[in-house]
Design a protein around this ligand. Structure first.
Ligand SMILES: Cc1cc2nc3c(=O)[nH]c(=O)nc-3n(C[C@H](O)[C@H](O)[C@H](O)COP(=O)(O)OP(=O)(O)OC[C@H]3O[C@@H](n4cnc5c(N)ncnc54)[C@H](O)[C@@H]3O)c2cc1C
Length: 387
């Protein structure tokens, strides 16, 4: 079987397929290691989906302190245990591809599919100029996947957000710190449709930070102003940024309607499975990879239909994405209506809310737990924070 794309979704899917005894070919368009535009925040719940603890050489920083910043308000949380690590994607993704090879997958890199056609008994493709026939194809080419467009139609531009990430070295070490900056203009009316407000981050790395902004339906000038403002505020605290490297990449904000055909399956960003609440995508990349590997094995070994993939993703990935699409604009509206500093302070001082968020980042509790809690606490939080 073939996996196209050696990012987190593809490398993980290839590793699991090879380990299940399937002859696996992993194709990657770029030479490995390759850089990927990303903030590099790997939540514990994502790392926990891998088989073994990450080796030290892959970890940039262990995150033990989180800050939430909105205008002149900031809430800081010292965490009792690490909730995430930061990684440099070139190193992390190369590690995942290496694990796939150790499990028995063959890697062709740089190599990409130039033609693909699905037949009744297999998938025919041309990869790196060579004709390849495979029983199944896992498409893991990320948000700009050409193979996904060829097989499933283009991903609508209106369903994509955009992220801009800046890696840099800083004068002073920010330590194990992760900051989220709520930057978007609050929505004045109760939102009738999905919005992804402009937000920013600063994630500590080995000798500096990954700083960036993400949003949707926003012009280039607004991104630039937001990134410049964020950079200035971070330089004031941690000294001037040097060795600056800036990149931008789309973030899918809604899952594709069709996630598989009889023999082809979409995983990770190619399937549109990033979080529409935060843009975080590696947890669902790993989850969908595991489900795809299971479905492909079922098809090849027992002729079980690929529809099992839809069922598996429908049980643990899609419900969270749907809930996030509802929560995201409403949370933004709330910021416009209440006194945000008061609301944040109340949330910050609520141990039940804080521990639930921490458990979610570690994968120990689900989003439903937070939703239930917020529904219960909403009247108090809302009315006591009105301006
Ligand atoms: C600015 C920004 C910040 C982000 N920050 C975070 C974060 O902190 N934490 C987090 O969890 N997520 C974050 N994300 C989302 C995360 O980067 C993605 O969800 C994740 O990379 C998806 O993994 P993937 O394997 O599906 O796709 P990708 O990582 O995009 O990998 C796709 C791979 O396929 C290859 N490829 C493409 N086309 C072809 C082809 N035709 N043939 C062969 N290979 C091909 C590419 O070279 C690439 O290696 C961020 C995204 C952005 C844009």
């Amino acid at each position: 079987m073939v996996v196209s794309g050696a990012g987190p979704a593809g490398a993980r899917a290839a590793c699991l397929c090879a380990r299940a005894g399937l002859r696996t070919l992993l194709l990657e368009r770029e030479p490995i290691p390759r850089e990927k535009c990303c903030a590099g925040g790997l939540l514990e719940r994502a790392a926990g989906l891998l088989d073994e603890p990450l080796p030290d050489r892959v970890i940039e920083q262990e995150i033990t302190s989180v800050g939430i910043i909105h205008r002149d308000f900031r809430a800081d949380f010292e965490l009792p245990s690490r909730a995430a690590v930061t990684v440099r994607r070139s190193v992390f993704d190369a590690y995942l591809a290496e694990r796939a090879q150790q499990a028995g997958a063959e890697l062709w890199s740089p190599c990409s599919i130039s033609k693909v056609a699905e037949r009744d008994d297999g998938v025919e493709m041309v990869a790196g100029g060579r004709a390849v026939t495979s029983k199944t194809l896992i498409v893991a080419e990320g948000a700009t996947s050409r193979t996904a467009s060829a097989l499933f139609g283009p991903y609508p531009g209106r369903d994509q957000g955009m992220g801009i990430a800046m890696r840099c070295t800083l004068g002073r070490d920010p330590g194990g710190r992760m900051e989220y900056h709520l930057m978007g203009t609050p929505i004045e009316r109760f939102p009738a449709r999905f919005r992804f407000p402009l937000n920013g981050w600063m994630f500590a790395t080995k000798r500096g930070a990954n700083i960036g902004v993400a949003g949707k339906d926003i012009g280039g000038a607004e991104y630039r102003t937001a990134l410049d403002g964020l950079r200035r505020s971070i330089e004031e605290r941690y000294g001037g940024a040097i060795d600056v490297h800036v990149s931008a990449h789309p973030i899918p904000m809604v899952p594709r309607r069709r996630l598989h055909t009889r023999r082809c399956v979409l995983v990770g960003d190619a399937a549109g499975l990033a979080s529409p609440l935060s843009g975080e995508g590696m947890t669902n990349a790993f989850r969908s990879a595991a489900h795809a590997a299971e479905a492909v094995r079922g098809l090849i070994a027992a002729n079980r239909p690929m529809a099992s993939y839809r069922r598996m993703v429908g049980s643990d990935v899609l419900p969270v994405i749907r809930a996030s699409r509802v929560i995201s604009p409403q949370a933004q509206w709330l910021i416009g209506v209440v006194d945000t500093s008061t609301l944040m302070r109340k949330m910050h001082d609520d141990p039940e809310l804080v521990s639930t968020c921490l458990d979610i980042s570690k994968g120990e509790r689900s989003w439903e737990a937070l939703l239930r809690l917020i529904v219960r606490k909403f009247p108090y939080l809302f009315f006591s924070s009105l301006t």
